[in-house]
Design a protein around this ligand. Structure first.
Ligand code: SF4
Ligand code: SF4
Length: 330
């Protein structure tokens, strides 16, 4: 289903969405960052920087209560929020990150804590002239209920699910040829970053990257965990118990494979006992293990870890260094 929307139609659509969902929309915030905030019926900023908060955190938050063990011996399991979320403003890479987590958490035994939050949520992609200063963002083409493609002053809206089609049915049809032109424009956007990632993945898969390289990269890691905590495809967590006046709360909290305790065993043995091993694993897992397991890399090239890492060893920077140093071995 392909529709065309004026700015007025768009606000009608959002009002309609907000009747059934807790709708979050993009806003350029006072601190200079861009985030998703509750729709107030008036203000939203369609163009701007990428969202730094990872979109998967709405379904897999930093701290997630699993169970409360009360002093009277009963247990209570939190239920999902009554009003489902609708997230507007997700770019192609954000949507790919959510799709990655959906698949990961759905593999048996399925993760009900994640899926309870995710089920019934509405994802609205935002592409086209929606980047900083109206820069053209590549089209998503999937992984969402509705994709809004900014064309200024109008919008092309595409439905990829039944709820999405239902919400768009009242709006006029769009010209399919115009949609094809948008795809042509999207295809022109440089794929150099993806090619670099693919080359680095090949070098790793063929074991052409030496330990001294990892030693140099690992020496720059200050173990802040930022790269993992901002990554939409990182799914590792540990479990924490907290005692309160009415009992014990067991929560899961995000973990980071860059931290020394990540795999340390109770007996003291640590299979990832050095910074070299941990740093190599962070990259290797996404570019070698994930393609083997899922048929595609575990990195969607969202750029968050490169923006977050204080010492410049996020995914793309490391891939760039791998290709510069070892590329001729391919
Ligand atoms: S660019 Fe970094 S943060 Fe984004 S998906 Fe890849 S590894 Fe994760
Ligand atoms: S963000 Fe950079 S410095 Fe921090 S843990 Fe990750 S790689 Fe190390």
């Amino acid at each position: 289903m392909l529709k065309t929307l004026t700015a007025q139609d768009l606000f009608r659509l959002l009002d309609r969405v907000s009747r059934d969902y807790n709708l979050l929309v993009p806003r350029n915030l006072d601190d200079g960052t861009r985030g998703l905030v509750k729709w107030d019926g008036q203000q939203l900023d369609f163009c701007g920087d990428p969202l730094q908060r990872k979109p998967t955190s709405h379904f897999f938050p930093q701290t997630d209560l699993l169970v409360q063990l009360l002093k009277d011996g009963t247990a209570s399991v939190p239920r999902k929020t009554p009003e489902p979320l609708a997230l507007l403003g997700l770019c192609r890479e954000d949507l790919q990150g959510i799709a990655f987590c959906d698949r990961f958490f759905s593999v048996p035994p399925a993760d009900d804590i994640y899926l309870d939050k995710r089920r019934g949520a509405l994802l609205i992609g935002l592409t086209g002239q929606a980047g900083p200063e109206g820069e053209f963002l590549p089209l998503a083409g999937q992984d969402c209920d509705i994709e809004l493609i900014a064309e200024k002053p109008t919008w092309t809206a595409v439905a990829y699910s039944e709820p999405g089609a239902h919400l768009l049915e009242e709006f006029p049809d769009a010209d399919p040829q115009g949609f094809e032109r948008l795809w042509e424009r999207s295809a022109e956007i440089t794929v150099a970053r993806q090619e670099k990632l693919a080359q680095a993945a090949q070098l790793l898969q063929r074991e052409l990257v030496t330990d001294d390289f990892w030693e140099e990269i690992a020496a720059r890691c200050i173990r802040c965990g930022g790269c993992n905590f901002v990554c939409p495809t990182c799914t590792c967590f540990c479990v924490q118990d907290r005692q309160g006046s009415h009992g014990t709360e067991r929560s899961r909290i995000w973990d980071s494979c860059q931290l020394d305790a990540f795999m340390r065993e109770a007996g003291g043995h640590n299979p990832l006992g050095t910074a070299l091993l941990r740093t190599r694993r962070r990259i290797h897992h996404k570019l070698v293990d994930d393609p083997q397991r899922w048929g595609e890399p575990g990195c969607v090239l969202c750029g968050r870890c490169d923006r977050a890492c204080p010492t410049g060893i996020g995914m793309y920077s490391v891939c760039d260094a791998i290709v510069s140093r070892f590329g001729e071995r391919l």
